[in-house]
Design a protein around this ligand. Sequence first.
Ligand code: GCV
Length: 718
Amino acid sequence: MKKYFVLLYCCLTVYTLHAEDGYRLWLRYDKIDNSKLLQEYRNAISSIQFTRTSPTLNAAKEELLNDLQGLLDKKIQLQDKIDNGIVLIGAAADSIIHSLISNDTFNKIGKEGFVIKTVKRNEKNIIVIAGNTDVGALYGCFHFLRLLQTHQTIQHLSIVSAPSVQLRMLDHWDNLNRTVERGYAGMSIWNWQKLPDYIDRRYIDYARANASIGINAVALNNVNANATILTKDYLIKVAALANVFRPYGIKIFLSARFSAPIEIGGLKTADPLDEQVQKWWKQKADEIYQYIPDFGGFLVKANSEGQPGPQNYNRTHADGANMLADALAPHNGIVIWRAFVYSNDTIDDRFKQAYNEFKPLDGKFRKNVLIQVKNGPIDFQPREPFHPLFGAMPQTQVMTEFQLTQEYLGFSTHLVFLAPLFKECLDADTYAKGQGSFVSKVIDGSLDNHSISGMSAVSNIGNDINWTGHPFAQANWYAFGRLAWNHDLTSAQIADEWIRQTFINDKRFVDTVKTMMLASRETTVDYMTPLGLHHIMGYSHHYGPAPWYNTATRADWNPTYFHKADTAGIGFDRTATGSNALSQYAPEVSKKFEDINTCDEKYLLWFHHVPWNFKINSGRSLWDELCYKYYAGVDSVRWMQRSWNNLQGVIDDERFEQVKMLLTIQEKEAVWWRNACVLYFQTFSKMPVPKGFEQPDKSLEYYEGLQFPYAPGIGGNQ
Ligand code: GCV
């Protein structure tokens, strides 16, 4: 009996040690499984030395001690003298660092960049990891660990790296009751009830994960904001999180409800030109900085989808943003003001509304205001053209907002690697100042010489054990951070790094999974919204297809508004004969889209109402091509399934099985999308599904009748 318990205990211990529940993200640091490399690393790294202590360097120390020990499977010592095989960590101002790394190098890396360099001192080989600041050094440590985890050589290191943009930010749409708007990975990780006294280990691991990819700002609460977060009780809780995040270089932002002066301040108005209101915000800002001296600032959704804002008082977005900016300015705080606005009263194409609202305000915002613009003009669709505001506001700092949570891309059950989507936007040429005026240059500030710059993304994180619901959704969090740090990285590089760190370095595994990941976004576009279709998902919950839906209170919440299918054809004419949204782009851009015969087919139905029998490049009619794409999307999911199944046994069973089950759901839902859309659009085209394709096995009525009263992600601003 005793023996049995010992055996059980051993099994459990082994199981716990190797539980592959995904919690460790890409921060795994298991023993290097390549003996040659392991030897190289062991030879190069004997111990570590820190020039000083500081909260940030202490965090780096703990990280390196634990992780190197895991990777090298040997005890790593802390040293206080220079010896062979030392990894030396510090900042430019430390004399020893200064003696080893040139000023020139430090001049290249700004406040947060880092250098990793192999140097010789007194015949001893040492590796220096340094920044101008301690946070820079911390980022350098994480990069060094990444080199080891991805099996790079560490001989003759000479890496100099600085971030592309200053503010690299995650926006949580987390409500105070812990529901998450558009969240598909459980409840909010912020346990407001237990804060400030109980510090969940997750907060620290969250900070580590963010720091490892350079994310340096987080907005904790939903942009559909509840003013309660600005009350003293909550600020104390926020301060406790800020204390956890500070050593990791992360600043906290809060979504501010514009009507807070009324709701928690007892004022009768929130008019930004009212002196009492201005005073209230100044005092609120002063109070916040007492609790959180490095508070980042406010994120604001105003006059959008029912949120209060300056227009309630006939003031402009600039009036509203500037009032908050003035309150924050004495503390160096900033306002991130969202351009996601479309009016209840305007009947103009929703595509055009943000531009119409904001373009005339260019130059009217304070220097500490950033305008946050979604990657595309509608709303995080599987594919959108870049937002016409990029490049259109040269006197205003504009930042991107991407969405990691897959509101329109299959929630947390579809494997969709989003780096290609992010890159498509960043690499788009706005022609604002001639050829080469890429969105990336607009947002990194280089096109118009702005002093602040940023990229943000709506988080996909919840309290699911693996953080993001789908093991592969972690890759989107990772990809965003890496691109915000370096927007020149390719999607393939990012996927490669992520796979090696999150799973293994096995070549067959890496190659197969990378190919799947890189194809996955286009696959999803194909089975959801091919050829430029957009916004044809289920009403309100946004789950699954509902191109037939036409009874929303607002016209532009109806899929029928966006696809405009009729017996003549399908698509939204946004050329001069239609809404003329194209005129919001530079002429070189609109030229690419305005001619139905030359328009990039990926965007065809974004800009044209196309006859069903219109011949497109493949030689097929539009109808046949639409079917072809929908079927190709499903085929690709099946190909992903086969590719994944071939990898059984190469990685742990737990994650293998999880992904396998999720791919089964993805296949089912891809078929659902395909069948529902093809059957519905067929009622207009009156053409058959081409020969050779499997015919839908259910009727259109069946799909139209599906109801999802409990679909996840509908939070409400609690
Ligand atoms: C936070 C879309 C989403 C909303 C979200 C909004 C926004 O409309 O469906 O849930 O609200 O975008 O970005 O503000």
